[in-house]
Design a protein around this ligand. Structure first.
Ligand SMILES: Cc1cc2nc3c(=O)[nH]c(=O)nc-3n(C[C@H](O)[C@H](O)[C@H](O)COP(=O)(O)OP(=O)(O)OC[C@H]3O[C@@H](n4cnc5c(N)ncnc54)[C@H](O)[C@@H]3O)c2cc1C
Length: 250
């Protein structure tokens, strides 16, 4: 156990589950603080990991000070305004010996980097085309090495696609490549942070192309729309789109 009195920063599923785990292991979790006005985790995790153990969730709060030299002795939380800046006068001190940071994951990209694979500066994972192939011919990417996933179901689906495409590549000896093939570059806009894939080679495209994407904020009653050369080719209403939820469109 890293400590006995804990404050957790970040309320995604991992932060929430760690609050329960630390409690079950005998620690006192004083609070889970979240910068955003909403939790990034599932409702059931808020109930089962915090509410069931009486752990407060402090939304729109962040850590503004850490006390202690050899060891953490306490931290100060403050409320933040709509620009995520601490509001003076709202500071609250929590005595604790551990601050657990659970503030986002990035893909493991050591191997990708060594192989010369082009990385996205949004996801920190490889940039891939419709076949989940990277810029290095014959190297395909899927799962958390490509971008961080919430659910293993999507990893399995994506891995199946990457595996099928890698097998096709081997069977064709890479001979299905057309040097000057037409490519569509997907450019995420108006709240969409990134898409997978980020490029579609028309001649390799299936009848239907699945595009997954993440948004940068919470949007209610919004439209997911795709444009090709300025012409709208897809539109679907969505009740809620949130950063922590992976979206998909065919
Ligand atoms: C803490 C945490 C909790 C999660 N909980 C859930 C959950 O409850 N339910 C759910 O559906 N999803 C959960 N997820 C989501 C998770 O991202 C996916 O479910 C899934 O595990 C991702 O699969 P993956 O195969 O891409 O990566 P991983 O499961 O991370 O597997 C990657 C493997 O590659 C190995 N590896 C890394 N580098 C090398 C190398 N150089 N050479 C050889 N091997 C290497 C690693 O050791 C590891 O075994 C959780 C994620 C995290 C981080």
């Amino acid at each position: 156990m890293p400590g006995k009195k804990v404050v957790i920063l970040g309320s995604g599923d991992i932060g929430l589950i760690m609050a329960r785990r630390m409690t079950l292991e005998g620690a006192e979790v004083k609070a889970v603080a979240e910068l955003m006005p909403y939790s990034g985790g599932l409702k059931r995790n808020i109930v089962q990991c915090l509410d069931d153990f009486g752990i407060p969730l402090k939304l729109s709060h962040t850590v503004v000070d850490i006390k202690g030299k050899e060891r953490v002795e306490g931290i100060t939380l403050a409320e933040v305004d709509e620009n995520r800046r601490p509001i003076p006068g709202t500071e609250e001190f929590f005595e604790c010996d551990t601050l657990l940071l659970s503030v986002g994951l990035i893909p493991e990209n050591e191997l990708s980097g060594q192989a010369g694979v082009k990385l996205s500066n949004v996801t920190s994972g490889p940039v891939v085309n419709e076949s989940l192939e990277t810029n290095v011919e014959g190297i395909f990417a899927c799962g958390n090495v490509l971008h961080v996933h919430d659910l293993v179901d999507f990893v399995s689906e994506e891995a199946g696609n990457a595996g099928r495409n890698a097998a096709l590549y081997i069977n064709n000896n890479g001979e299905d490549r057309i040097p000057e093939e037409i490519k569509i570059t997907l450019s995420p806009q108006n709240g969409v942070r990134y898409t997978v894939p980020s490029e579609i080679r028309i001649c390799h495209m299936a009848e239907e192309q699945l595009v997954r994407f993440r948004v940068g904020n919470v949007y209610k009653n919004c439209y997911i729309r795709a444009y090709l050369d300025g012409e709208r080719i897809f539109s679907r209403k969505k009740q809620v789109a949130a950063p922590e939820r992976w979206n998909r469109s065919n």
